[in-house]
Ligand binder design. Structure first.
Ligand code: DGI
Ligand code: FE
Ligand code: FE
Length: 190
């Protein structure tokens, strides 16, 4: 899909702040994709649509997760996790995005997953480090992303897990699994 068309579609579904974040994720994802040899057009589209469902009513997202073939344990954890799988479903249904790699990158952009694809990683890291993000540790993640995408991803996951633990919140098992998968496979990386 044309970039301008995709942006026009998501703008309708987002606040001004979230739309700016989306443009930041798009620009960052394109840079990361060029750097790490990804499909830049797919990175652009996945980034534009990654938070498509962010403002859908919770009840609608719960219905989607219950009715579609999605992991039901998501409903036991923080509602912040739901817009990712619900978004993948809605983007296909409402915006006609059918590319499975793009849909997976949207689906797993919050939780992560074991064996993340390059596109999944690019969207996850771009979401974390886009220029509009301001929180302790973001600079370190930006620097790492210049050198090693997996290291940046590990830091993002680690910081998110620690952030949740400090707030006495539960951590979705897939997030821990993603973190473990990347750390355990570090030595096999080039
Ligand atoms: O939608 P965004 O705000 O751009 O970012 P996101 O989709 O990565 O959502 C991150 C939020 O989800 C963050 O505030 C932490 C929260 N969250 C709650 N439980 C979990 C979780 N994030 C992960 N990765 N794992 C969890 O278990
Ligand atoms: Fe998100
Ligand atoms: Fe986001």
């Amino acid at each position: 899909m044309e970039r301008s068309k995709a942006l026009e579609i998501v703008k309708e579904h987002l606040t001004e702040h979230r739309y700016k974040h989306t443009v930041g994720v798009m620009e960052t994802a394109i840079k990361l994709s060029d750097k790490y040899g990804g499909d830049t057009k797919k990175a652009e589209t996945a980034a534009i649509f990654h938070d498509y469902a962010k403002f859908r009513p919770k009840e609608e997202m719960i219905e989607i997760i219950k009715e579609q073939d999605m992991k039901k344990d998501l409903l036991l954890y923080n509602g912040e996790l739901w817009h990712a799988p619900a978004g993948a479903y809605l983007v296909q249904k409402e915006a006609g995005i059918n590319d499975p790699e793009i849909l997976d990158a949207i689906r797993y952009h919050t939780s992560g997953r074991k064996g993340m694809s390059l596109l999944d990683k690019i969207i996850f890291v771009a979401d974390y480090i886009e220029p509009g993000r301001h929180f302790p540790g973001v600079e370190e993640a930006r620097k790492l992303a210049e050198k090693n995408l997996d290291e940046a991803l590990i830091l993002a996951l680690k910081n998110t897990i620690v952030f949740l633990l400090k707030k006495n919140q539960a951590v979705y098992p897939d997030t821990i699994e993603t973190y473990n998968d990347l750390v355990l496979n570090k030595d096999n990386r080039t």
